[in-house]
Write a protein of this length. Structure first.
Length: 550
């Protein structure tokens, strides 16, 4: 394995979704140099697959108070109200700034409403009491990613390292230096050239997104392995509320289509969930679970579907949106419509088969509202972070909002303090990555076997409905896998697959440990041994932290 000399930038951003790119653009506006480190192609990230949109108070009939109240209600007494309010109130301006650099959101005119043609069409999703989701058809994330990538390409002080995967953060304590702990950069594998680089900077922002790949079934793309959480954990950051993994209720159930989301906005436009009864008739069931029926918050819908599937033995439930008619469906959900057609389903005439799957990580690296992690020079923003906005359950479409707003807060904070950060940056020789006595392993098949086993254990035992026994079983299995990995090839081979395997292993362990500590049910964490919320645990975070590695 080659190791190359050091690269130095003012700022490193790891990850290239909405949080990472908007952060990089803002940092670059100061004239400072910025490196974006991204695992695959720059636009290969969770953001690109976000269909719903950005929740934002735009309409006169809506208010910040409403949006705060809906967010807090979904979050089940675990949101931080001051954080919620600041993010919600900063939304309209941050969205305007996105529009100013070229983002397009669907107007009512585009959907045929001539009377209000210049107004934005606002979608509605589970748990929202008002229409407030700005969207770009049903490819909102793709639209935002496109304009942010364009904006990055226009800045010559941004260097984008595609096909570069972060291995580990470099911190002064880890190097055995005395003084305050400071992040100095990151070791990175250039996976095309099989070369490890030492990339250093005054500030490092982790914006690596989610960890859906820790589960067997997920709406997330392959890159979502939780690398940011795993690296920050190893660097001894606090990791908060990882038991709150959000399962999206409606992923297309089809043998030939992997991980395709049927947006919650479809239910927002009136789609109703149905299941086949014993006579083969399709019947509604959400009225048994919540007064908002099919538009109930996501945790309730996912749990209801899980329960119905287990009870009936059916493989999927169905979404019925036939009442909207083909013309409207094609206009409002062009991408979903086409994808369903490819799968042989015309949603204007047929019901869409759906199942739940892992979707969004509500916990993550604990930060303040500026994304600061507590380690000098180290920030975490977007899905990888836990600011306190989502609490025990994220309100739909609040994630793009959080990523956008916290990226803005975080860059202002970094730039305001930049002179101080530079002055406090420790000096000393930063060693290159050392793989010990690394030789190539012939155990590649074991990597893929371990990978599958982790994901299946997480799905079977740490999924929508948990019990103490299931969690213990998962813990034992994952512990065995860790032992095997450490024994056979932890130090042998630095490949992208091995880095990702280590990442999902760490994420799985942290999710299990967090879930075991929470002896109650709240929001997304449902343990049938403790089916009720314990009010004594209101506003109490679960924190996991590795003892300081010095
Ligand atoms: C969706 O479109 O259903 C996903 C939106 C979200 O996860 O916020």
């Amino acid at each position: 394995m080659n190791s190359k000399s050091h690269l130095f930038f003012d700022h490193i951003v790891i990850g290239s979704g909405i949080a990472g790119l908007s952060c990089a653009i803002r940092l670059a506006e100061s004239g400072n140099s910025v490196a974006i480190i991204t695992k695959r192609a720059v636009d290969d990230c969770n953001t690109k697959y976000a269909q719903g949109g950005i929740a934002c108070v735009i309409h006169d009939e809506d208010s910040f108070d409403n949006h705060v109240a809906d967010t807090m209600r979904a979050g089940a007494y675990l949101c931080k109200e001051d954080v919620v309010r600041k993010i919600v109130e900063a939304g309209p301006q941050a969205v305007n700034e996105l529009i100013n650099i070229g983002a397009h959101f669907t107007t009512r005119g585009e959907l045929g409403d001539e009377k209000h043609k210049d107004e934005f069409d606002l979608g509605k999703e589970g748990g929202h009491t008002k229409r407030r989701v700005l969207h770009s058809g049903d490819i909102t994330g793709e639209e935002i990613e496109r304009i942010l990538v364009d904006a990055c390409h226009k800045k010559n002080n941004i260097s984008i390292f595609e096909e570069h995967i972060a291995i580990d953060l470099i911190t002064s304590w880890r190097l055995g230096w005395i003084g305050d702990n400071h992040c100095l950069g990151v070791y990175v594998l250039d996976s095309l050239n099989n070369e490890i680089k030492t990339v250093c900077a005054y500030t490092t922002t982790v914006a690596t997104g989610g960890a859906g790949k820790a589960y067997l079934y997920t709406s997330n793309p392959d890159v979502a392995c939780g690398g940011g959480v795993a690296m920050c954990y190893r660097a001894s950051c606090q990791i908060a509320n990882m038991e709150f993994f959000q399962f999206h209720p409606t992923i297309l159930h089809h043998p030939d289509v992997k991980s395709f989301l049927i947006s919650e906005a479809v239910r927002g436009e009136g789609a109703v969930l149905k299941i086949k009864n014993r006579r083969g008739e399709l019947v509604e069931f959400m009225d048994k679970y919540h007064e908002m029926k099919s538009l109930a918050p996501r945790d309730i819908v996912a749990r209801a579907i899980d329960n119905e599937l287990k009870r009936s033995g059916e493989k999927c439930v169905y979404l019925d949106i036939r009442h909207l008619g083909e013309e409207t469906l094609r206009k409002r959900f062009p991408n979903i419509f086409e994808k369903c057609i490819e799968a042989g389903i015309n949603m204007a005439h047929a019901l869409i088969p759906v199942v739940p799957a892992a979707h969004y990580l509500c916990g993550g690296v604990k930060t303040d509202i500026n994304g600061f992690t507590g380690i000098d020079g180290l920030y975490a923003i977007g899905e990888v972070a836990c600011t306190g906005l989502h609490g025990a359950n994220r309100l739909a479409s609040n994630s793009l909002l959080e990523a956008l707003v916290v990226a803005k807060f975080s860059t202002s904070n970094i730039l305001d303090q930049f002179d101080k950060i530079k002055a406090g940056f420790p000096s000393g020789h930063i060693p290159e990555w050392s793989s010990g006595d690394a030789t190539d392993s012939d155990e590649l098949v074991v990597i893929s076997h371990n990978w599958d086993e982790i994901r299946r254990s997480m799905w079977d035992y740490v999924g929508i409905v948990r019990t103490d026994k299931r969690l213990q079983r998962a813990k034992t299995r994952i512990k065995n896998i860790r032992r095997e990995i450490e024994r056979y090839y932890w130090d042998f081979l630095i490949t992208r697959d091995l880095i990702e395997l280590r990442d999902i292993l760490s994420v799985a362990e942290i999710v299990i440990d967090s879930a075991m500590r929470r002896k109650e049910s709240r929001g997304l964490h449902f343990n049938s041994d403790y089916p009720d919320r314990n009010p004594n645990m209101d506003y109490v975070d679960t924190i996991i932290q590795k003892p300081h590695a010095r």
